[in-house]
Design a protein around this ligand. Structure first.
Ligand code: FAD
Length: 406
């Protein structure tokens, strides 16, 4: 049994030396969970985190169940509980209105609508603050160029090597660690759709006689559907902002869509792509906060045959890039992170890591793939839609917290 010291040199417990590639939602969650076990965690992140990007993100009950256990309470950074769901046709006819306040009671944890930057900041603070006997080390502005699962070596662009008993590949949709698992030399592909994302200050919608009807209630998620495009709106940041995700066929915005999260989009193009929607909705769109419009291509990927190899485990988008139609990308990454910590308790010997990662793969593979498939179905055009519960309320027990019973 090894007796490595914790990151602060304060622990004498047997601990694994863990190197996490990527300090996104999944990587930071894994850092917190593995630190809580007492492992020695070093996170390597390419970004300097100088200009954070991102708009809102769903934290369904499955995500919140894990986050709460990690000490992260999304309501403390302005997340709204999703209480109501309203659907319209593109021309503004209301199709259904669901009060979720009763059905929410079936979940053990709330369904939150949060701002990604707030969530990211909370995770970063929790990962790098002292937990028990030491914090994780976060090394930013460091691009990882390769990993060796056999020796546990992570190589940086500047030629530095970092050695670990375990490498966690949490480097997102354009992962380079993915290539190091058998069958992982696959690339995400365009799903045929792009999305505009932006924020509208809620006050602007409230103060306009035409648009105020859309912001009568807190915690309301609204969708306007045409056959091949849709506009999704929900509140975030203590109801001070309305987050918009507008999804349409790729070819309509080919000149602007990119594969990066911070690709700037254009208001005129947005209004053109959705020009046949209800004029009141277009009026809402035109209130987009200056500079907040981003446009991104939705990416999908074939199922990867392995989530782990020797000392390397993949999690989150590196393992299974999610389409956004179920709001489960962050949630499944957070679940992955918790599962890793469950299979690698303090006292796990370095020579046991490979076997335990097989267990991790068994636990995560089927669930992640099923939720991913459900997200694909939920994103189909209206004319091709199969009869599913679009929000996973019945198909998946997002509220069931499997770790409660672990
Ligand atoms: P991510 O959260 O994407 O994190 C991956 C991390 O790995 C990033 O910090 C990245 O910089 C780092 N990384 C990548 N390659 C390397 C490398 N070679 N070396 C070192 N570090 C590397 N989802 C939404 O639903 N709404 C949003 O508004 C939204 N905004 C986003 C903004 C940004 C800047 C990013 C990175 C992601 C965003 N996402 C958003 C995606 C969402 O966070 C993920 O889909 C989901 O949370 C899964 O998390 P993940 O940790 O697997 O990946």
């Amino acid at each position: 049994m090894t007796t490595l010291n914790g990151a602060n040199g304060t622990s004498s417990s047997p601990a694994l030396k863990v190197v996490i590639v990527g300090a996104g939602i999944g990587g930071l969650s894994a850092a917190i969970a593995l630190r809580k076990e007492g492992h020695d965690v070093h996170i390597v992140e390419q970004s300097a985190f100088a200009h954070e990007a991102g708009a809102a993100i769903h934290l369904a009950p499955n995500a919140n169940g894990v986050l709460r256990r990690l000490g992260i309470f999304a309501e403390s950074f302005g997340a709204n509980t999703m209480d109501k769901l309203v659907e319209y046709t593109f021309s503004g006819e209301q199709q259904r209105s669901l009060d979720l306040s009763e059905s929410n009671k079936q979940w053990q944890h709330p369904w939150h609508l949060a701002h990604r930057i707030d969530l990211h900041n909370a995770l970063k603070a929790a990962a790098t603050n002292s937990i028990g006997n030491g914090s994780a080390r976060l090394q930013t502005s460091s691009v990882v160029t390769g990993v060796d699962p056999a020796s546990g070596t992570v190589t940086l662009k500047d030629g530095t090597h970092i050695q670990g008993d375990l490498i966690v590949g949490a480097d997102g949709v354009h992962s380079i660690t993915r290539k190091a698992v058998p069958g992982g030399n696959i690339r995400p592909f365009g799903a045929g759709k792009s999305a505009f994302r932006f924020l509208v200050p809620r006050k602007l919608a409230e103060n306009d006689a035409v648009t105020q009807k859309f912001v009568q209630n807190d915690g309301e998620l609204v969708i306007w559907y045409a056959n091949d495009r849709r506009i999704v709106m929900y509140p975030t940041s203590n109801n001070t902002y309305l987050n918009f995700v507008c999804i349409h066929p790729d070819e309509e915005t080919e000149e602007q869509s990119g594969e990066n999260w911070d690709q700037a989009g254009d208001l005129n193009l947005l209004l053109k792509v959705y020009s046949n929607f209800d004029p009141a909705v277009l009026r809402l769109l035109s209130k987009a906060e200056s500079g907040s419009i981003k446009i991104w291509k939705l990416l999908d990927m074939d199922i990867i045959p392995n989530l782990a190899s020797e000392r390397l485990a993949l999690l989150g988008d590196a393992a299974h890039p999610f389409l956004p139609h179920q709001g489960q990308g962050a949630g499944v990454a957070i679940e992955d992170a918790a599962a890793l910590a469950v299979v690698l308790p303090l006292g796990t010997r370095p020579d046991e890591v490979g076997e335990r990662l097989k267990l991790y793969q068994d636990i995560r593979m089927e669930r992640a793939n099923r939720i991913q498939e459900h997200s694909r179905l939920a994103g189909r055009d209206r004319s091709e839609q199969v009869k599913i519960d679009m929000y996973g309320f019945t198909n998946f027990n997002f509220g069931h917290d499997e770790y409660d019973n672990a």
